[in-house]
Design a protein around this ligand. Sequence first.
Ligand code: HEC
Length: 186
Amino acid sequence: MSEYRNLRSLTVLGLAVIGMSLSACGGGEGPPKPPPPAPAEYADKHMPDGYWNNPDILAEGKAIYTGQHNIDVNCASCHGKNGKPVKAGARDFRRAEQMELYSDSVWFWRVNEGVKGTKMKAWKSKLSEDEIWKVIAFESTFGLNGKEYDVAAKKWVAAGTAGSAPAEAPAAEAPATEAPAGDAAH
Ligand code: HEC
């Protein structure tokens, strides 16, 4: 009987120790896990031109993130001043291998609508779209500093190089010899 009880308490103790060591490393986040895809209505939401890694935009984003801009919006109170979470379960923005799995659209969707069943709430009632983009530009610097999201290539690339690959549509349409565009189509 008592042997059984000892075994049980030992198991409980063991589990507690494992739990503690898990939460000690990386804030409890396991291996990188892709976020769910953004709903269709977010597919066309992208970072405005010239925002990534723009010092003025980053300064505004930081003011939003830290609650200086609006005291009701303080991302740092959970995600930490430098992206190291201070509240359990908050996403760690310093983990590049995790944050690289977020497109700009997914990132926007999550900030706009929050993550149901978690402390991450929807911010759309407190922040304009423009403000959300600014705070995202700032947040990305914790783990993805010097990078920007390339929408066409669907990945993070060095700042200033996004979209440089597909010099696409305009070039193809360029040889418009006929002036009246309406007739040119057919
Ligand atoms: C009250 C605490 C809290 C505050 C304040 C907060 N967050 Fe979060 N945030 C969380 C938690 C917890 C998660 C993890 C949700 C999950 O499990 O996916 C999270 C996740 C995220 C994610 C990742 C979502 C995903 O799919 O993994 C982003 C991006 C994010 N927060 C941005 C922000 C921004 C921007 C602000 C400020 C406007 C903010 N958070 C404020 C708690 C908070």
